[in-house]
Write a protein that binds this ligand. Structure first.
Ligand SMILES: C[C@](O)(CO)[C@H](O)COP(=O)(O)OP(=O)(O)OC[C@H]1O[C@@H](n2ccc(N)nc2=O)[C@H](O)[C@@H]1O
Ligand SMILES: Nc1ncnc2c1ncn2[C@@H]1O[C@H](COP(=O)(O)OP(=O)(O)OP(=O)(O)O)[C@@H](O)[C@H]1O
Length: 273
């Protein structure tokens, strides 16, 4: 290992998530604008003869050091060794891809030459997009990744109302898999143009997730008080609000924390490089 061994496993956010069909094996076809926020778990690897894992951080209690931990599965997948420390900042099973981001960051931290992104999908549908950890249009079940127009500067406030939501349960509650795909423009003029366009797109899993966990509606209502756009990410329960600058995002985050001290709230810029 010659490169930096401390990697940010950025939160993955599905700004849009259109469910456009179903594969013969039953998995749902997606069309999603995926972005990454500058907040996430931290993976740190130090040289060692064997693989080991320690977990700390605010959400460490939600996970155990078991062979099915995605960090250990990722290390085994690339055949690498080292002492891995995972600082768990993102809530578990919350629609912002914590496990996928951890697996991808582990690969980045442990190998010199990155593998083909698609080969990592055995670890999870979102691991390929999390490997580059950059804005992309994601299709198929996550294996088709395409470049998108540059995003304007944008801050996000993430809110998790304290419930873990089961992804299979949300897909089961989906009424139809045949929804229109995303209509991506050639460019985004500015923050207002970007959020206006996003407002015309959807997360088709939002309504089914709200049926499974109605508190998601409360998070969306609270964000909707001042966000230019409020929506759920992935299969939930984490919701996001978009803000034009840091001051507006931090004001919203402070308001949300004061009103709901039991919710997880984070403010961060979207990654744009
Ligand atoms: C919703 C997303 O977060 C979008 O980024 C991902 O597609 C989730 O994918 P994932 O992490 O692989 O999902 P898991 O938590 O492993 O749940 C898997 C289960 O959810 C359902 N599932 C998942 C993804 C998909 N495209 N279609 C599905 O129908 C299937 O029942 C599958 O067995
Ligand atoms: N390092 C890890 N971090 C988080 N979850 C992990 C990890 N290793 C294994 N898991 C398991 O993976 C499952 C999904 O966790 P994750 O936090 O990635 O869900 P998610 O945010 O809902 O993902 P998605 O956005 O794909 O729906 C959980 O059941 C969790 O126990």
């Amino acid at each position: 290992m010659t490169h930096s061994n401390r990697h940010l496993a950025r939160a993955k956010i599905n700004l849009t998530l259109h469910v456009t069909g179903r594969r013969p094996d039953g998995l749902h076809l997606l069309d999603s604008l995926v972005v990454f926020a500058e907040v996430g778990d931290v993976i740190e690897v130090t040289p060692a003869a064997e693989v080991s894992l320690t977990i700390d951080g605010p959400f460490a209690q939600g996970l155990s050091v078991a062979p099915d931990n995605l960090v250990l599965r990722a290390a085994a997948h690339v055949g690498a060794v080292g002492a891995i420390r995972l600082t768990k900042v993102l809530p578990v099973s919350s629609g912002i891809g914590g496990g996928s981001a951890d697996a991808a960051a582990t690969v980045r931290a442990m190998v010199d030459t990155l593998p083909d992104a698609r080969s990592l999908q055995v670890l999870g549908a979102d691991v390929p997009v999390c490997l580059a950890s950059r804005t992309a249009r994601m299709r198929g079940i996550g294996e088709v990744l395409e470049a998108v127009p540059d995003l304007p500067p944008c801050w996000v406030v993430l809110v998790n109302p304290g419930v873990g939501v089961s992804t299979p349960a949300v897909f089961r509650a989906l009424e139809t898999a045949d929804n229109p795909p995303m209509e991506l423009p050639d460019s985004f003029a500015d923050f207002d143009g970007f959020t206006t366009w996003l407002g015309q797109q959807r997360n088709d899993l939002q309504e089914p997730a709200c049926q499974v966990a109605p508190v998601i509606r409360d998070a969306l209502t609270e964000l909707g008080r001042d966000a230019a756009l409020a929506r759920m990410s992935g299969s939930g329960a984490t919701c996001f609000g978009l803000y034009p600058n840091e001051a507006a995002a931090r004001r919203a985050a402070d308001r949300l924390r004061a009103g709901h001290p039991d919710w997880w709230v984070a403010a961060a810029p979207l990654r744009r490089d």
